[in-house]
Structure formats: C-alpha cells, structure tokens
Design a protein around this ligand. Structure first.
Ligand code: ASP
Length: 591
C-alpha cells in the first residue's frame, strides 16, 4: 500500500497514529538540525518532520529532496508546537521514521503553491504543473460537483442523457464552423457542431421527449472576451412544452445548483424582464441587476433649448451615479476620455452635479436654466449628492454605451460583488435582427426559433417593419450581467421552417442542401418542443466567483486558440495532406 492517509485529512484526534503518506514535496527546509517538509496531494498539505535525533541515513535522504519529488513517508502523528491555523492539518505534523523517494523531479519552472510566481504563458506550457495548484484543483472539483448535480437533477426529472455526433454538417449558431476533411469521401468535409441543436430536435421527433447532454461545442470565433474554441454546454430539449414549462424546469436546476453547491438561496421565482425593457433600462440584453443606476430617457426634456448636439439626435439618455457629485474636474475629464475610447465610441459626455445644497452644476449650463437642469436630473432618478451622466445619439447604440458606462460606474462604486448572485430571465426577444451591412435579416437566436403563434400573420408579411415586430418565445438566463444560457420554443412545422429560411434570405436550394434533413423530419409528426443550453464553463466560473472560464477547464486554449502545452494547431506532413486531398495556400512555413 502506497499510503494509509491523504495529505489533507489528519487532525489532532489522530495524534499517536502511525501513518504512511504519499505526495509531492512542495517545500523542504532545514532548521537547527531538523528538516521540515510540506507534502502535498490533491487533498491538502501535511507537514513532515525529520527530527535532529533521527538516524543519519534518514536526515540525508530528507536533505536530498527537491521540489516536486514524489515520496512516500512513514511516521507518527504528533501535536505541533507551532500550530498553523491556516492549514486544516495545521495542528499536527508527522515525525518521520522513513522516506522512500518514488520519483525525482527536475526543478519546476514556477512555484506550485496557492499563488504562483509563473506568468500565464509559462503556466500554460506546463499546465500539468499548474493543475497541481490548489486554486485549480478547487476549480475543477467545483466543476465536477456541478456536473454531478446537473445529472442528478435532470435524471430525477426524467431527462435522458443521449450523445450526439461530433462529425456533422454545419449548424447555424452564428459562428464559423471548424471543419474536418474526410479521407474516405474525397473533397468533402465534416463540420464540428457549434451545438447539438438539430440533433436534439431530431431526438424530439424521435420521441425522446426529455433529452440532455453535457456536451462539447466548437465555434471558430475570434477569441476576445474570454471565449474558448471548444467549450461545454448543458444542452437540453423537451417535447410538449410551452415556454413556462421550460423556464420552470431550469429554474429548478439553477435553484438546486445554488443550494447544493454554494448553499445560496436565489429569489423564487427568478425575476423576468422583457428584452425591450432590458435594452431601454440597462442598455444590454444581459442586465446586471445587482444594482440600480438604470438608464433614463431624457430626450424630450433635453431637446428644444438651443443645444444643437442634443437637438440633432434621436435619443438622449442618462444615468444617476449615487454620491458622485463630488467628482473633480480631473475625474470628469478622465471619465469623458473613457467613454470616448473606441471600445465605447461616445463623442462626448455631459454631466450634471446635484450638489448637496440643492443647486445644480452642469457642463451645459449655458443652454439650460437651473429649473431645466433640475428636471433632467430628476428624470434621471438623481437625488442630491448624485452625478448625472448623459450620452446622446441613435437610440439603441446610445443605450448600449450608457449600459457599458453603468457597469463601469458599478465597478468603481464596488456594487458588483461576485458572491452576490442576481439571476434573471430575459424573455420576449425579437425573432429577427436586421443587418444594414448585408441588407438582410438574421435570426436573433437561431433559425429554429418559432415566432410567437399570435404573430404568424406578421411573420408572413413581406414588409421589413412588420418582420421587425415579430417576437419569439426565446429566453436567456442571465446572472450578474453575464448570459449563462439561452433557448427557445422551436418551429415544428415544415412549412413554417421553410418560411423562416426564406425570411433569412436562404434560397430554397441552399436550405434544402443544408437543412433538408430537418425540414423533412418535421413532415413526420414533429411534436411541439423547446429547449435551452447553458454555458457550463461559465456557470462554473461564476459559481467560483471568477470571471474567466480558463481555470475551470483542465486543458484550455490561449487567446490565439492555441494549446501551447501540446503545441497545437500544428502542421501535418505532406503525405497526410495528400491522403486528405488537401493543398495548402498558407504562406510557406519556416523549416
Ligand atoms: N443551441 C442553442 C445555443 O447553443 C441553445 C438552444 O437554443 O437550446 O445557443
């Protein structure tokens, strides 16, 4: 037996026991003839001691230990004189009678402790060493626990876990596909699934009325904003359901995860907000409702007073920042520069200070009386002591900028505690989104989302304004300003699905070539159905109080989409290329 106990389990009550531990040497130091060793495994760290009176041979072995050596150590559990309250095992140490070196280690390139001195790239290259660190072990343990809870809950609700293929044909989720050349079918390619969307719908046609899968999805996107080219979804689909049934089922899942994993009670029911209200009041389809500071429309109060900047735009909106009336000139200048950065794109920032003495000071005092400024401040929801920040321009765009500014001010005021959880359903999305550049509609969710049944007439209209008004039974689960999941009630009728492709400007032939299989399946008695998918990596990260998903994935890629540990993607040899009927037009590689 290599070990009788783990490095995380011994307590004072074990004093006097003889134990054998096995693990990695995190640290070893000599102190007045004694050697102290911190031994680590997945379960924790235990201090080992070789006493000054120990046989010379043992002291020698102890002295030879380097960081990350793997050893087996036997000894007696004793109470520590200098207890370490930071370690669960800190009340005891093991006085050793033997050490067996199981394997040596070269010096690791960074410290493998709670905090590491290694930079991100270095740690990525030696991911297996980084994974020995406690924060990553906690992250993966949380992920494991979450997956387990998801399976238990869905199993109890009669969901069946069914695997769907990875080598498929394109699924339209709005990103580029990764493709895989087929050797056996020269010149053709599989696509890796952006999600199992079409397959889960086919499972509904097949009568498996409650499906789920914790499944890998692949999207060839630009990797800004903490995305991964392969990521995991909790993917679900249900038959004979309306929106209400889906929301209730998955509220149950979320409630259970929060309760069982974090011991947190979330609001019951989870609040709901229409997409239109989210955009108008928060400038975002994923509002962070941990704090107020809502966006207010002050257009009618701002216009008609000779200030041409406001008079010439569609929309003037404002947020009231609590207690910020005391912002200095310098702070306001800095904020103005902040909103003018290309990522935000505002042309300028107008402010109103609501002074404690009841007076108002604004950057546009020239154009407005105190009364008029007061009216705008009040419309913005400000009280005395607050700072009103105003942006103007095209409505949705300006609301978006105000939304970003709101989040920034929320951060600066410390209103976004990661362990304060404010979940929300955003519902009633528009079905379609017009794109001026390509001059066509795109599905806001995906092309299988059904229009609201009572709006069928509008859906068959050929007027752009009518189609823009069609809503969908689509819903997103939002937590603390992050979209964690989304889904919809689907089209289950072949003719409606064909109309959808037509609205999206996909020709009949193209629709037939790409999606003929699903249109055809709908002709064989497709049940009404709907579903949802959650971004599992991100759910885990938020539960862990982090905003990056990388630590919740054992072997993630960097933001160039590379795995620097295995050095992938990489070139394949000429023979393999030929076998796959491929010729590369990429610039010649350096040999
Ligand atoms: N397939 C969708 C997605 O990946 C989710 C869904 O509609 O169920 O976003």
């Amino acid at each position: 037996m290599y070990r009788t106990k783990s490095c995380g389990e011994l307590r004072l009550a074990n004093a006097g026991e003889r134990v054998t531990l096995a693990g990695w040497v995190q640290k070893s130091r000599r102190l007045g003839g004694m050697t102290f060793i911190d031994l680590r495994d997945r379960y924790g760290i235990t201090q080992l001691v070789v006493e000054a009176t120990a046989p010379e041979s043992l002291t020698e072995v102890a002295a030879s230990l380097g960081r990350e050596y793997v050893i087996q150590a036997e000894g007696e559990v004793v109470e520590r004189v200098n207890k370490n309250p930071k370690l669960p095992t800190g009340d005891i140490e093991i006085v050793l009678s033997s050490i067996n070196i199981l394997n040596k280690s070269v010096t690791p390139p960074f410290t493998i402790e709670e905090e590491s001195d290694g930079g991100e790239d270095l740690r990525a290259k030696y991911r297996y060493l980084d994974l020995r660190r406690a924060p990553l072990q906690r992250a993966l343990a949380l992920r494991h626990r979450m997956a387990h809870e998801v399976r238990n809950y869905l199993d109890a609700q009669n969901f069946m876990e069914i695997e769907t293929p990875y080598l498929i044909k394109s699924t339209p989720e709005g990103a580029r596909d990764f493709v895989v050349p087929s050797r056996m079918n020269p010149g053709t390619f599989y696509a890796l699934p952006q999600s199992p969307q079409t397959f889960k719908q086919l499972l509904m046609v097949a009568g498996y009325d409650r499906y789920f899968q914790i499944v890998r999805c692949f999207r060839d996107e630009d990797l800004r904003a903490d995305r991964q080219p392969e990521f995991t979804q909790i993917d679900c689909e249900m038959s004979f359901v309306e929106q209400e049934d889906v929301l209730n089922t998955f509220e149950g899942l979320m409630r259970r995860l929060f309760k069982n994993v974090l011991d947190v009670e979330i609001p019951n029911p989870i609040p709901r907000m229409s997409w239109y209200d989210a955009m108008d009041n928060y400038g975002s389809d994923k509002p962070d409702i941990r704090f107020g500071m809502k966006i207010n429309n002050i257009t009618s109060l701002a216009q008609g007073h000779g200030f041409s900047v406001f008079d010439s735009v569609e929309y003037v909106g404002a947020i009231a920042v609590e207690g910020a009336a005391e912002y200095t000139r310098k702070q306001l200048d800095e904020l103005t520069e902040w909103v003018k950065r290309p990522q935000i794109g505002a042309k300028g920032l107008v402010y109103i200070k609501c002074n404690a003495d009841g007076s108002f000071k604004s950057s546009v005092d020239k154009f407005y009386s105190q009364e008029q400024v007061k009216a705008m401040a009040e419309q913005a929801g400000a009280k005395s002591g607050d700072l009103v920040l105003i942006l103007c321009g095209a409505k949705r765009k300006t609301q978006g900028m105000l939304g970003t500014l709101r989040l920034e001010m929320g951060n600066r005021l410390g209103l976004r505690d990661p362990f304060n959880f404010a979940p929300l359903w955003v519902v009633d999305f528009p079905l379609l989104e017009w794109d001026d550049e390509t001059n066509r509609f795109y599905a806001m969710h995906h092309p299988f989302t059904a229009p609201k049944p009572e709006q069928m007439e509008l859906f068959y209209s050929n007027k752009k304004e009518d189609l823009e008004r069609v809503n969908a039974n689509a819903y997103d689960f939002v937590l603390n300003g992050t979209e964690l999941g989304g889904g919809s009630i689907r089209i289950h009728n072949a003719a409606v699905q064909e109309r959808m492709f037509e609205v999206l400007g996909i020709s009949k032939e193209d629709a037939e070539y790409k999606f003929g299989f699903i249109i055809n399946a709908f002709k064989f008695g497709a049940p009404p159905h709907g579903g949802i998918a959650f971004g599992f990596d991100r759910v885990c990260a938020l539960f862990g109080g982090q905003d990056t998903i990388r630590d919740y994935i054992a072997f993630p890629k960097n933001n160039q989409g590379r795995d620097v540990m295995i050095d992938s993607p990489s070139y394949i040899d000429a023979e393999q290329m030929e076998e796959l009927f491929l010729k590369s037009t990429a610039p010649k590689r350096e040999e």
